[in-house]
Design a protein around this ligand. Structure first.
Ligand SMILES: Cc1cc2nc3c(=O)[nH]c(=O)nc-3n(C[C@H](O)[C@H](O)[C@H](O)COP(=O)(O)OP(=O)(O)OC[C@H]3O[C@@H](n4cnc5c(N)ncnc54)[C@H](O)[C@@H]3O)c2cc1C
Length: 599
């Protein structure tokens, strides 16, 4: 059987350039050489990973993956192969998450810190940041404040004129990754209301964490990663330190978070894969009452569900990346798929871990397992870079245009090919204004489903999504209901499930049919070896999830009688054939012993 999961033992990302392959392999070897006992000791002692920082600097790991072509040109024109290649970055995230989310976090906040620089017109600042990155620097993103949470309009970081053409910045920041060591932080603030040039405007500016006006207070979490509380006290900001001002600062914050959100999905995939190997191996080799634990029918169903969910996470995230990489000013569909990668893929990660944990029970608490850290880490991902609610609210903006497309009244849009080629995804740092989301058009999603309408569970799902379209068309939220975010979020979950299903179908179709520039099967492990049987079992999970979301809508306090009746019409039964299920479970169990981290 072809393994559909990332496995360090046979990892060969042949679709990547040789240097990326070498670096990803060296990251795997670094972790395996240190071994699981050391990983867990570091996790429990919560010591800062200076050794990882040295490894990153010596190997130029972050510089290789996070330098776009334009910046590479500025830093060293003699080395023209720099690129921001989302396909290979996804692999890096998966591997980092597979071993340790603590370590992944240093990379993640580096990406967020680089975003405002890479989107800036300040060429000198860009060059400086590129050089510091090349020299092994970590970076960070100074957006959040303790008092204001998601309300970033209300920043208390204020820049006041210094009387000599520059500014003095003062204010607190909280939850800022790498704040202990960052070569530079990209900090979000606001010019004072009486600023002669830019009264009240927002700003992103570079901060050197070694400057005496930078006061590091503490690590606000217990972990190897450093999540800083810090304060600036009359920190001098020159025009050369300004990355963005006014509306552009706001847009840069959102564009950066768009880029960073994808990483959370792939880190969650990596966590689930490692935990899956441990859980299957434990359960299958544990004998109770003379039988293997994997003989219990509920255990078999839970492991099958976990595997199906995990495959769907990979398929969706991989297909979403294609849209990401093909995006341009006239095709911004990725802005719908992006918060779903963040919100849905990471939430599905929680469900995978919950299912596996119910199977392995007490073993999941033991200090020597990867699982114990996975169970804690997986919780973080849905909550960071916008909670599930914030991302669902964002997803809802796209619903009207999606419905138009699903009624066959949308425009013809270019189909998006598989994108695992080596290319610089320059548009991600030239996204421009974050406005106009509700006007972004979509292609008709129905063909993605009808391609697989012969599969029993896809057929059921088509009935469900058709009923959902009727419900929203005949009983849309009233003006009064539009103020009830709880009700809207129920609708958002149903809508998200439809979009999730669409991209999973597209990913499988492209893997099965092949595409002009080579099948995805060459590169992304979830797609090499994927079959219609996998897709049908994935949709058995989707049908059940849709039922749950429908029941949630039906139970909403403010739902109208028509909406309640319509919600019940969404509920359908999945089709589980005993023989096909037995084959699927046998595949799950075949992962027994397939991977165990070096001791
Ligand atoms: C480990 C860790 C690392 C972090 N690293 C960084 C970092 O490096 N840089 C950085 O800038 N920040 C970082 N953060 C901050 C993180 O992104 C915050 O979670 C964020 O600022 C939101 O604040 P909050 O979690 O306090 O939630 P709040 O904003 O206080 O939200 C409270 C509730 O209100 C809901 N809510 C808020 N706004 C909306 C809305 N518009 N629509 C619907 N519901 C809404 C939320 O869903 C939530 O349920 C980090 C946080 C943690 C825990």
């Amino acid at each position: 059987m072809t393994s559909l999961l990332f496995n360090p033992n046979d990892y060969q990302p042949k679709h990547l350039d040789p240097e990326s392959q070498r670096l990803l392999r060296s990251l795997i070897d670094w972790h395996e050489h240190r071994g699981k006992a050391q990983l867990k000791q570091d996790y429990h002692s919560a010591r800062w990973y200076a050794d990882f920082q040295r490894f990153v600097a010596d190997s130029e790991l972050f510089a290789h993956f996070a330098t776009p072509a334009e910046v590479g040109e500025l830093v060293d024109p003699a080395q023209p192969d720099a690129k921001w290649d989302t396909a290979r970055i996804n692999e890096l995230n998966e591997i980092l998450g597979f071993y340790s989310l603590d370590h992944w976090y240093a990379w993640q906040v580096t990406v967020l810190g680089l975003g405002p620089a890479w989107t800036s017109d300040n060429e000198e600042a860009k060059k400086l940041v590129g050089e510091l990155l090349r020299d092994g620097g970590f970076f960070g993103f100074g957006l959040s404040e303790q008092q204001h949470g998601a309300d970033i309009y209300a920043t208390d970081m204020i820049l006041r004129p210094d009387g000599a053409g520059g500014w003095l910045a003062s204010g607190p920041k909280y939850y800022i990754g790498n704040g202990n060591v960052a070569a530079r932080l990209s900090v979000f603030g606001r010019f004072a209301d009486d600023d002669p040039q830019r009264p009240g405007e927002y700003a992103f500016f570079l901060v050197d964490t070694r400057h005496p006006a930078y006061h590091l207070e503490r690590n606000v979490v217990h972990g190897s990663m450093y999540v800083a509380a810090f304060e600036l006290d009359d920190y001098p900001v020159a025009a050369a330190d300004l990355l963005h001002t006014g509306r552009a600062a706001w847009d840069a914050a959102l564009a950066t978070v768009n880029v960073g959100k994808v990483n959370l999905g792939w880190a969650g995939i990596g966590i689930c894969e490692h935990a899956f190997y441990e859980a299957v191996s434990h359960a299958h080799n544990r004998v109770l009452y003379g039988n293997r634990v994997t003989d219990f029918s509920h255990v078999r169903r839970m492991l099958a569900d976990a595997y199906a969910r995990l495959l769907a996470m990979k398929l969706f995230a991989a297909r979403s990346a294609d849209y990401f990489r093909c995006a341009h000013a006239e095709d911004r569909r990725f802005l719908l798929f992006n918060p779903i990668t963040k919100m849905k893929v990471t939430s599905e990660g929680e469900r995978v871990i919950d299912l596996l944990w119910d199977v392995i029970a007490a073993r999941g608490f033991e200090a020597d397992t990867y699982f114990e850290q996975a169970a804690s880490h997986i919780r973080a991902l849905p909550k960071l870079e916008g909670t599930v609610h914030v991302n669902l609210a964002l997803v809802l903006k796209f619903l009207p245009q999606y419905l138009i497309a699903a009624a066959g009244a949308g425009p013809e849009l270019a189909s998006v090919p598989v994108r695992i080629d080596s290319a610089d995804d320059s548009y991600l740092f030239a996204q421009g204004s974050a406005a106009g989301l509700s006007k972004i058009p979509f292609a008709d999603p129905r063909p993605a489903f009808t391609r697989f309408a012969h599969l029993p569970n896809v057929a059921v799902f088509i009935e469900q999504l058709t009923a959902f379209g009727n419900l929203v068309a005949t009983n849309p939220p009233t003006a009064e209901q539009a103020k009830d975010l709880d009700l809207l979020l129920s609708i958002g979950q149903l809508f998200t499930q439809v979009v999730y299903g669409q991209l999973v179908c597209e990913a499988v179709a492209m893997a099965l049919d092949g595409v002009p520039d080579g099948t995805r099967g060459e590169g992304v492990s979830a797609c090499a070896g994927i079959t219609e049987a996998h897709l049908d079992r994935i949709f058995a999970v989707f049908v059940r999830d849709f039922n749950q979301f429908a029941l949630d809508l039906q139970s909403q306090a403010s739902a109208s009688p028509g909406q309640r009746t319509g919600a019940l019409k969404l509920i359908h039964s999945p089709c589980i054939d005993a023989d096909r299920e037995a084959e699927f479970v046998a595949e799950v169990i075949s992962y027994d012993g397939a991977y165990e981290m070096a001791p």
